[in-house]
Ligand binder design. Sequence first.
Ligand SMILES: [Zn+2]
Length: 363
Amino acid sequence: MFGVDIRLHLAFFLLPMFIYWTEYSAHHYANGSRDLALAGIILACVAAHECGHMLAARRFGLIPKAVILLPLTGVALYDEPRGEKPQPTLLWKREIRLALIGPLVNLALAGLAALVIMSTNRGVELWKTPFLQPANLPRSLVWANLYLAILNLMPAYPLDGGRIQRAVFARKVDLSTATRRAVSISTAIAMVLIFAGPFSDLWLTMVGVVIFFAAQLEERALVFQSVLDNVRLEEVMLTDFATLSPADTLEDALEKAVHSLQDDFPVVRGSDMVGVISRQRILDALRAEGNGYVQAVMNKIFEVSMRQESLSSAFRKLTARNSSIIPVVEDQRLVGIVTLQNLMHSMALLAESRKLRRDEVES
Ligand SMILES: [Zn+2]
């Protein structure tokens, strides 16, 4: 939507099940479609909340990339404009403003919904408990927004309150230490809520579970980001790889592709890189036009990288060209290749090894 990926976290499916189950255990009866409608209302309120963050982020010059919707909150991912790193002092003020927008959107929606309900329908008793109830959807709309505003202001990272807390920490320590500190506090809060739920209100357990998932998501994103920024291409590039020649026929190329694990091939004439081609492209061309030469169907426009470039720069080049291979060159000589397939594998491995190393340092 508007260039932003909207993703639904698997945990979202917990919500309708949870509503159905609490309704059923309260009255030995549950209305599936109304329960689903309540879950839909909550999703819409979360989406409106995240829209608020996105629009504000755009105003601050950030590039919204993706939103992951969880049952009671969302995680928004941004890119800094053209990969710049802003001043840390500017960062914490911006973070606080950016965080406050979401809850403000929910407060405004709650107010608006209450006004509309009071001016049109006198039958809806806004102050009657339970506030969130599938049997009374208009009242639930008002209260869902109020609850979302309050919930998201809790100091449990990555909820907005937790982001504000992290921004305050980040004035004294670096961002990853601040994030880790905020995540620990958040995990503690989540645990308390999860265990307090059965003794008071099961919604607390639900909230705890969501905070726990969201904190995990953020922490993983952070580890991935540090891998992207700190790992050089020479650490992950493939140095043992097959190449094709522009004079190869497509059938020969396919034959070579069969004997290699690669999905993508650099095309080399002598010691010159002249193009790139994927296994899929070879197959498509063979199907469409029969046998021909690699020369005619290879991609002649491609990006190259240096050994010392970071993974994030390689990812940017891959996505910008919508390509899946980058040749790594040194003095115009091909020394390795980095493919999307190989990046995905090594990213997961590197993230894991970094986490292990960090746990070692901490214990
Ligand atoms: Zn928010």
